[in-house]
Design a protein around this ligand. Structure first.
Ligand SMILES: [Zn+2]
Length: 1130
């Protein structure tokens, strides 16, 4: 270092991850820069190899280089300011000065060393050397665990490296954090696009869509075209079976003049295949003609596309044009060799032509290319079974059910969840075949099976043959429809084939190419099914991969090599990540202005927010904001403390729990009378525990629960809307995926709507049916379902439990959920009755934060009703923004509850992640054993009619009805520091996850400041911090907007007007609204999204909800109230 010319130095100084995809170093016109980058990498590597932290000898050598452009003193002062957190303080020249200077020197040197790692990461990244880049970045992260989040170029770089190395979990995490920290990041559009692609790939379609739409908003330069993003969005519709929208999207693209040939080929291919597969697109003959036409157009546009040729083959096979099908397959194999799908389809074709030996060889090709090719293994099994070779068939079926490689199993499980019913049926057929063959094989002595004349060589022999070459030529022969021949097999060589007991993982022949999901989503063909082409593969999923790779990136070659070697490195990366967590350990990290304007190994500059604290009054705050730079838009606004790290799920408490502690008794109280119910001890008891059951509440308060019985509800509002979830009936502590024959987390339910009257009919007839069942089975006659609170519900539910043992699952049930009882006119008697509850449990109360929101949040500060038959499931969740909830069972049946204390939610979150289900968006039912294994305790209890369940802030819970019953529920927010801090932490984490917070915490906090007096120091500080951060942000935004020459108009707020959310990214928008007309609607935007639409803010109206003086007044007059306990006024 230090040898670079001034220009070179400036150039290198400039280069970081943000140039990725824009600076193509593989292009010969950039050869000079490439050489320079490579030379710098060598220099940095030498420096890093020699340099060690606190090594003063090296330090003095490098100091000159450091000082080259910016004097050391400046940095020294900069740091001094930071550590004292006060701009007014000058550098102290006291007796410790020398010592201080040397500490600074050491620190400077350390910084230089650590930042060199980051620079090394950037440069490797630009060269497309992803593993090297990742390795350097990870080393950097090790040193910067406590403040890496100020270095946005680093987070972007490591995210891209993870992305390219297909570590999607980590790439997603990095990119989400980056957008949270810096929504206006230079490459935010690239980040949104990549997040969209990865989330689509992981099956998180809703969030994927959001990110792709956001990527479209930008006017910044990008490495992809608008049309490519639109193609991805259309494809997203396609994989969600929204065929009409997908078709419209594709057709729109074809009408675009500047569409590239490659994209055109992709569009035609997708359209063609949709016509082939999707019945609603017209009459079959016409569809087939369209399919062939479009696929041929696709091949015209891109003659090299093996995929389109393959699909063309499938279409021909589907209409029995065998010769054309073989021809297309052959061409496909030539264009893209090593495609397991093609070989599998060739096998199907042979099998249909009754050529088992040829079919065998084609399938073997497929499974050798992709050991996890479920369809090929299944078909092979069917083939063997049809030839009476049961042992071989059994081996193949077992392989079809196995998930071999880690990566593909990840994806596959995810997709299995989303598979259509009939697919599950087929897979179920598979496990039935396996059971059947197990029976056969155990009865039949082995020799009698093997001594039979075999039509086909065994799987063992077939696996060890060098088939591909032979097959290639054979296939060409067959394409000319030569008569089939019987192949003679050579003796077996080498290790055993993939028999069930010889463990596939030890199988001798490695897959020739690691495919992550290419063939993931397959449906299994039925033996000799005429429609096999349709059934065999749901191709849209296997095209995912291709579309992914269709992204334009520089360095295609190195990318390919990375993908090819993915298998070897991926595990290392995962391992490494177990030790190098992205989460930091403490929240009170150093304030961090160590980043370096002093040399080219620099990081992002941190902002001056350390100077902001809640002791400032609004005037001081305004003065401090004036010092903030306004050339760049204000970065993210957190309501947590200044310079807080991005929020992430916490580690579980480390204390090892005993068997008993893993199954803690549920805190419960029994109420004798009204006095009990209103005692402060009851509230204290509830607030003390993660969850609590208040038994006998209805009786003690003489609540008329009959008002919520199905009979009364039908009489009151028969046509009222009910959301219905159709679910599989399972026993409460189990959740089976019948297709995989094992317990899973994913909990499937289908949504529809009905009315109270219709659901009531269903509920009653379901009960009648069960009575009939019972008497048929000779159970003693049970009580008729009472429409009001029944004392007999316990015996009811017992019967149900016994009955469940007799029936094997897979019975479907309908759960009536989220019935909105907010309308005070419609539900007056019901809502009035609930006012008998003690204040802390009431829907509306001054002591309930949610009553201070000032507008309705359906289901949170209003009542919702649930109508259940046995087995109705509310999957696992925390309440919105971690608020508490109240749930009363109306009866007559019972409900069973499961709950995990909030301290363990990070553990539950990780298990969801492990099971490839989104914690926030997904629907999951925890496997209890998994929780216990992770040292996570679970409360488990029965809620009887008249019992109230108190769910404390952040408690994870899931509920299943045992009998027929209704429940009512709503949320409350006690005015405690714990409730408030959990709510705002979740508010921030929701932003990271792009999940909408339905409680507008900023708006609520300002209302709280107006309405209540707080004497709890912690609660006060938290609310005040939120006010400080938001007021600072409002002021900063206004300064920025004014600097752009945009006028801010006062708009005010209507009474009970709902708080605003950004129409694009769904974050809460407080006080400064950016309005743009979109499709004749005036849509509110946050500043970041407004800037995406219009970087100069031209054409955007900026409105203000509160006068600045009003906010200042609220901020200044919100002070700690010095009395005992909490006081509130309304
Ligand atoms: Zn937005």
């Amino acid at each position: 270092m230090g040898q670079l010319s001034f220009e070179d130095d400036c150039l290198i100084r400039e280069l970081d991850s943000r140039y990725y995809g824009f600076l193509d170093l593989s292009n010969s016109k950039n050869a000079e820069i490439r050489t320079l980058v490579q030379q710098t990498i060598t220099n940095l590597q030498n420096y890093i190899a020699n340099g060690q932290v606190h090594d003063s000898k090296n330090f003095s050598d490098n100091k000159n280089a450091i000082q080259k452009f910016e004097p050391l003193t400046q940095e020294g002062e900069h740091m001094e300011n930071t550590s004292s957190q006060n701009n007014d303080e000058t550098k102290p020249y006291d007796t410790n000065a020398n010592e201080k200077v040397s500490t600074i020197d050491e620190k400077l040197h350390d910084d230089h060393y650590v930042n060199a790692l980051c620079k090394l990461g950037h440069l490797h990244l630009l060269l497309g050397e992803y593993s090297e880049a990742l390795s350097a970045y990870q080393k950097y992260l090790r040193f910067r665990e406590n403040n890496y989040w100020t270095n946005h170029a680093f987070i972007y770089g490591i995210g891209v490296a993870y992305f390219k190395l297909r570590c999607f979990k980590w790439a997603i995490k990095s990119f989400q954090e980056l957008l949270y920290l810096s929504p206006n990041f230079t490459c935010a559009n690239e980040v949104h696009l990549r997040l969209g692609l990865m989330l689509k790939h992981c099956g998180e379609f809703h969030v994927a869509q959001k990110h792709l739409q956001l990527a479209l908003l930008y006017t910044y330069p990008s490495t992809y075209s608008e049309l490519q993003v639109k193609f991805q969005i259309a494809h997203l519709y396609e994989v969600q079976n929204k065929h009409k929208a997908a078709k419209d999207g594709y057709e729109f693209l074809l009408n675009e003049k500047n569409i590239s040939l490659e994209l055109k080929a992709d569009v035609y291919r997708q359209l063609g295949w949709m016509y082939h597969c999707v019945e609603c697109l017209g009459e079959k003959k016409e569809r087939e003609a369209n399919a062939l036409n479009f696929l041929q157009k696709s091949i015209e546009a891109d003659p090299k596309s093996g995929q389109s040729l393959y699909l063309l083959g499938r279409c021909y096979a589907g209409i029995n044009k065998v010769h054309d099908a073989f021809l297309a397959y052959r061409n496909s194999v030539e264009k893209s060799e090593g495609n397991a799908d093609t070989w599998c389809s060739i096998g199907v074709l042979y099998q249909q032509q009754n050529q088992p030996t040829d079919a065998l060889q084609a399938y073997i090709c497929a499974v050798q290319l992709d050991k996890d090719h479920k369809a090929a293994w299944t078909n092979l099994g069917i083939l063997y079974e049809s030839c009476g070779q049961l042992r071989d068939a059994y081996a193949c079926y077992l392989n079809a059910t196995k998930q071999i490689s880690f990566q593909s199993s990840l994806i596959r499980k995810k997709q299995a969840i989303r598979m259509k019913k009939d697919t599950i049926g087929l897979s179920k057929g598979l496990s039935q075949r396996i059971t059947f063959l197990e029976g056969q094989l155990s009865q039949a002595p082995l020799p009698s099976i093997t001594s039979k004349r075999r039509q086909l060589c065994s799987i063992e022999e077939a696996w060890n043959l060098p088939i591909s070459l032979e097959m290639n030529s054979r296939q060409q022969q067959t394409a000319q429809m030569l008569p089939r021949q019987v192949t003679k097999q050579s003796p077996v060589q080498g290790p055993p084939p993939p028999y069930p007991h010889s463990q596939l993982s030890q199988s001798p022949i490695p897959a020739k190419r690691i495919k992550e999901d290419g063939t993931g989503h397959q449906e299994v063909t039925q033996n000799n099914s005429q429609t096999s082409a349709q059934n065999l593969i749901n191709i849209s999923e296997s095209l995912n991969q291709r579309n992914f790779n269709a992204m334009p990136e520089s360095n295609k070659n190195s990318e390919q090599s990375v993908v090819d070697t993915f298998d070897e490195i991926s595990n290392d990366i995962y391992k490494q990540n177990e030790t190098i967590k992205l989460e930091r350990l403490s929240h009170d990290a150093l304030s961090n202005n160590e980043d370096s304007r002093y040399d080219y190994i620099g990081a992002d500059s941190a902002d001056l927010s350390t100077t902001f604290k809640i002791q400032m009054d609004s005037k001081q705050l305004m003065a401090a904001v004036k010092l903030l730079p306004i050339d760049e838009p204000p970065v993210h606004c957190t309501v947590l403390q200044v310079n807080a790290p991005p929020p992430s799920p916490p580690d579980c408490p480390p204390q090892k729990l005993t068997q008993d502690q893993l199954l803690p008794p549920t805190p419960s109280v029994h109420l004798e009378n009204k006095k009990n119910a209103f005692s402060p001890q009851l509230q204290e008891f509830c607030l003390k525990h993660p969850i609590a059951v208040v038994r006998g509440l209805a009786g003690a308060l003489k609540l008329d629960l009959g008002l919520f019985s199905t009979k009364t509800l039908v009489e009151a509002n028969p046509d009222h809307s009910v959301e219905v979830r159709t679910q599989v009936h399972q026993s409460p502590d189990e959740n089976w995926d019948t297709s995989q024959g094992k317990r899973v987390w994913a909990c499937i339910s289908h949504r529809s709507h009905t009315t109270i009257a219709k659901y009531a009919q269903y509920q009653a007839s379901s009960f009648q049916d069960s009575l009939k069942d019972e008497s048929d089975k000779g159970f003693p006659g049970s009580q008729a379902m009472s429409d009001s609170d029944s004392k007999d519900s316990v015996s009811n539910s017992n019967i149900v439990l016994k009955r469940k043992k007799h029936k094997i699952n897979s019975k479907m049930l309908r759960f009536g959920t989220n019935v909105d009882l907010s309308d005070e006119k419609k539900w007056k008697p019901q809502l009035t009755e609930l006012q008998k509850l003690p204040a802390f449990a009431r829907v509306i109360s001054a002591a309930n934060m949610l009553s201070h929101v000032g507008h309705v949040i359906l289901g949170m500060n209003t009542v919702q009703l649930y109508m259940k038959v046995p087995g109705s499931r509310t999957p696992g969740h925390q309440e919105n923004n971690n608020f508490c909830s109240i749930n009363i069972n109306i009866g007559p049946g019972d409900c069973e509850w499961f709950a995990v204390p909030d301290a363990y939610w990070g553990g539950v979150h990780n298990l969801c992640e492990k099971n490839n289900i989104s914690y926030l968006h997904g629907s999951w039912w925890p496997v209890l054993e998994d929780l216990y294994k992770e040292n996570i305790p679970v409360y488990r209890f029965i809620q009887k009619p008249g019992d109230l369940v108190w769910v404390n802030a952040g408690c994870v819970h899931w509920v299943q009805s045992i009998g027929w019953c209704n429940n009512i529920a709503w949320n409350v927010g006690p005015l405690t520091a714990r409730q408030y801090s959990l709510a705002i932490e979740r508010y921030e984490w929701n932003k990271v996850q792009a999940f909408k917070s339905i409680v507008p915490m900023v708006h609520l906090s300002w209302n709280l400041a107006r309405n209540i007096k707080v004497s709890d120091t912690k609660l006060f500080e938290l609310i005040k911090m939120c006010l400080l951060q938001t007021l600072k942000n409002v002021l900063h935004i206004q300064e920025y907007v004014k600097s752009k020459g945009v006028e801010i108009r006062f708009n005010g707020r209507g009474k009970n007007e709902a708080s605003h959310y950004c129409g694009q990214c769904e974050v809460e928008v407080f006080n400064v609204l950016f309005i743009k007309e979109q499709e004749k609607r005036h849509v509110v935007h946050c500043l970041s999204c407004a800037l995406k639409l219009s970087p100069s803010l031209q054409g955007i109206v900026c409105l203000e909800e509160y006068r600045l003086s009003e906010l200042q007044r609220v901020y200044d007059s919100f002070t700690l109230h010095r009395t005992q306990g909490l006081a509130y006024t309304q």
